[in-house]
Design a protein around this ligand. Structure first.
Ligand code: MN
Length: 358
């Protein structure tokens, strides 16, 4: 993706009458410039762009970045200010969701009054919302590793094995298959711990009659996978089975309505209403999903508060759940890409009720 090919960025330039946009957030830097390191500033101009970094990253930047690369000595912000002033920019946008107040104050002091700032927050969010073909290839590759790794750890799901042992084996398997890093701290939540939507794996042992929720993912070329499976260890009681069936129905029903142009709040409502009608509305406290890409949680949020519509090329999760304190919980999650015709699943672990026979 070249920065001026990006429609969102072009629109911001015009709408805000900008001469340049200063990008500090690493995912946006990677997306726009190609730089995969962890320190640098990208200055996108109307006709030319420059990337500023220090000696640690200079040769990497010269290889990766499709723009002028400028080496900073000592004070990087001073170098940024000099670059802004030497280009004669009068009005410059800044990603306000990433830059701290302290950094902004320092930059303002270095630049002086000759330049007007435009703080960009909501306007920049859609920047990475619609994925390119190359991005989809990486997202699919990451999702495929989830499938393979899960198959390899499935025989471990027995009473007595700890949640941590499962999480560690999943991590090892994903990395052996080529995953770059964990997409987040894996959730392995069994029995009553299933009531914790973000119950990271603990030393608790799995027991017969419990549900266990596994939420995990890896990274390929910087792109994340995200998927949640809930399994039954032996026979579970009718109440838990009923909760599972409701969550699966909510998940499947949401998938069915996905198409470009659909209001995201309506998508959330489809799943939420199914869970509410069965009497569990108060036990589904989080949004239905989120965008996935260079960050594990990114635009668009899939929630009742969204004012956005689905667009072909967006990659989102669908992950309804029910969590009941002192009882347990269920979450079922797939990552999908919105297509012109509807959607395609990237994740592929089967989600129907699965009981590990003991
Ligand atoms: Mn998720």
């Amino acid at each position: 993706m070249s920065e001026l090919e990006n429609r969102c960025l072009r629109e911001i330039f015009v709408a805000q009458k900008l001469d340049a946009i200063l990008i500090f957030g690493l995912p946006n830097i990677r997306y726009l410039s190609g730089f995969t390191g962890t320190d640098g500033v990208f200055l996108v101009g109307q006709t030319k762009s420059s990337f500023l970094t220090d000696s640690r990253y200079i040769s990497q930047a010269q290889k990766q970045v499709r723009a002028d690369v400028i080496q900073c000595y000592k004070n990087k912000l001073k170098a940024v200010a000099d670059e802004l002033l030497s280009n004669g920019y009068k009005r410059v946008g800044l990603d306000a969701e990433v830059v701290s107040v302290a950094l902004f104050e320092e930059l303002k002091a270095l630049v002086g009054d000759s330049l007007e700032w435009c703080l960009l927050s909501k306007q920049l969010q859609p920047l990475r919302g619609v994925k390119t073909k190359d991005e989809l290839v990486s997202l699919q590759a990451a999702a495929d590793l989830n499938f393979k790794a899960f198959q390899s750890v499935l025989p471990m799901f027995r009473p007595g094995v700890t949640e941590l042992e499962i999480a560690q084996e999943l991590e090892f398997s994903l990395k052996r298959l080529g995953g770059e890093a964990n997409a987040f701290d894996f959730i392995v939540a069994s029995g009553v711990r299933g009531a914790l939507p973000h119950g990271v794996a603990s030393a608790k042992q799995l027991q017969s009659g419990e549900l266990v929720t596994i939420d995990f993912g890896t990274i390929v070329n910087g792109y994340h996978s995200d998927e949640t499976v809930t399994l039954a260890i032996g026979n579970v009681d009718r109440n838990l089975r009923q909760i599972f069936d409701i969550v699966l129905e909510a998940h499947d029903s949401a998938l069915e309505v996905i198409r470009p142009g659909l209001q995201i709040s309506e998508l959330d409502a489809v799943a939420r209403e199914i869970i509410a009608h069965r009497g569990y509305g108060e036990y589904f406290g989080h949004g239905l999903g989120h965008g996935v890409g260079l960050e594990i949680h990114e635009y668009p949020a899939v929630s009742s508060r969204s004012d956005q519509c689905l667009v072909a090329g967006m990659v989102i999760t669908i992950e309804p759940g029910i969590y009941i304190s002192d009882t347990g919980g269920v979450r079922i999650e797939d990552t999908i890409v919105v297509t012109e015709e509807g959607y395609e699943k990237l994740t592929s672990i089967p989600k129907q009720f699965k009981q590990i026979n003991l």
